[in-house]
Design a protein around this ligand. Structure first.
Ligand SMILES: [Zn+2]
Length: 345
């Protein structure tokens, strides 16, 4: 068989589906989706879009796989957790086995004001797989500024929510939530835990919306804020109307999160009892040399992408870009002093 007929066979059930058809399938194959955050929602989106034949998937994540992810992050395996693979890399490895015809562009990165505009510049759609409102406002600002459709999604406990933003056609995230909702901005936002079924529901609706956008079927978008609770059995569809006339982002064009002078050097990570320290400018770290330096001071393990150093109650994970995730504290001052002691300023 030619690769074209292979492709027809692989996607035959999707081509039979009237909403997509042969032309829609070709559009999917020619599209690029950018997935920001490859945890529970992001890895579910990545798998579904890869299987659907979206031709290019850019997968962005700053973290590595841990055992506590496996209950809901269905893309990952015990081996990924044991090897502490960065999620972007583990996800790319699995997608290569699921669909070798598409191209995956993994990037181990903390998405922030300095890189987001570059990372979404050639996107046909952007999907939210993050776990915090600060990054969602950043995505909203960048996508509205560059007229990119993006799909908000969040899940905690058994509750989830999603909304599709088409800049200047529908309300943006800032129109609906002028400030982060209290539940999402609490310091330990996932201490409530989360169950996999709500992840599946939210990711499924996000992916369906992405397929409609990529195939050009705008009239079938749900045009609402959709809320689900799979434990309390509540499903709500709240109509969202038009963009607000005085929205700072989509009406006044302020995009404040993109104009930050310098991003916070340190940030407590949601529900992780960990702090992320990012260098103020991008540097490349020689992990082999760092390993030699740290070995006398504690237990060191490394793979191609990161180095893990355990000392006392703390565990430092250091990436090649000198970013570090410090586990064992939620105190920024403690984390900063560990960083400067072991990694440098
Ligand atoms: Zn707006």
């Amino acid at each position: 068989m030619t690769s074209n007929s292979n492709s027809q066979e692989r996607y035959s059930r999707q081509i039979l589906f009237s909403g997509i058809g042969r032309e829609g399938q070709q559009r999917l194959l020619n599209s690029r989706a950018v997935i920001i955050g490859c945890g529970a929602l992001g890895s579910a989106q990545a798998e579904a879009l890869a299987r659907a034949g979206v031709g290019k998937l850019r997968i962005l994540d700053r973290d590595f796989v841990e055992a506590s992810n496996l209950q809901r992050q269905t893309m990952f395996t015990e081996t990924d957790a044991a090897e502490r693979l960065p999620k972007a890399i583990a996800c790319a490895n699995h997608i290569a086995e699921i669909n070798s015809d598409i191209s995956v562009e993994p990037e181990i990165a903390d998405v922030n004001h300095s890189n987001i505009e570059r990372l979404i510049a050639d996107a046909d759609v952007v999907l939210d797989g993050t776990d915090n409102f600060a990054t969602r406002y950043l995505i909203n600002d960048a996508c509205v500024k560059h007229q990119k459709n993006w799909i908000y999604g969040a899940a905690v406990g058994s509750y989830g929510v999603t909304m599709t933003v088409r800049p200047h056609e529908t309300p943006c995230l800032r129109c609906i939530f002028p400030e982060a909702p209290p539940a999402a901005s609490a310091p330990t936002c996932d201490t409530a835990g989360v169950i996999m079924p709500i992840i599946s529901v939210v990711a499924a609706v996000q992916v369906a919306e992405a397929l409609k956008l990529l195939t050009g079927d705008v009239k079938n978008l749900h045009n609402s804020l959709m809320q689900f609770d799979v434990w309390r059995n509540e499903w709500r569809k709240i109509s969202i109307g038009k963009p607000l006339a005085d929205c700072p982002t989509c009406a006044l064009g302020e995009h404040e999160t993109l104009n930050a002078e310098a991003r916070d050097f340190a940030a407590v990570m949601c529900g992780r009892y960990a702090v992320q320290i990012s260098p103020s400018e991008s540097v490349h770290i020689d992990l082999a040399a760092l390993r030699q330096k740290l070995e006398p001071a504690g237990e060191v393990k490394a793979n191609d992408y990161l180095l893990r150093f355990r000392t006392g109650d703390y565990e430092l994970t250091i990436f090649q870009d000198a970013r570090s995730i410090i586990k064992g504290t939620d105190d920024i001052a403690t984390a900063r002093s560990l960083y400067s002691k072991y990694i440098g300023n």
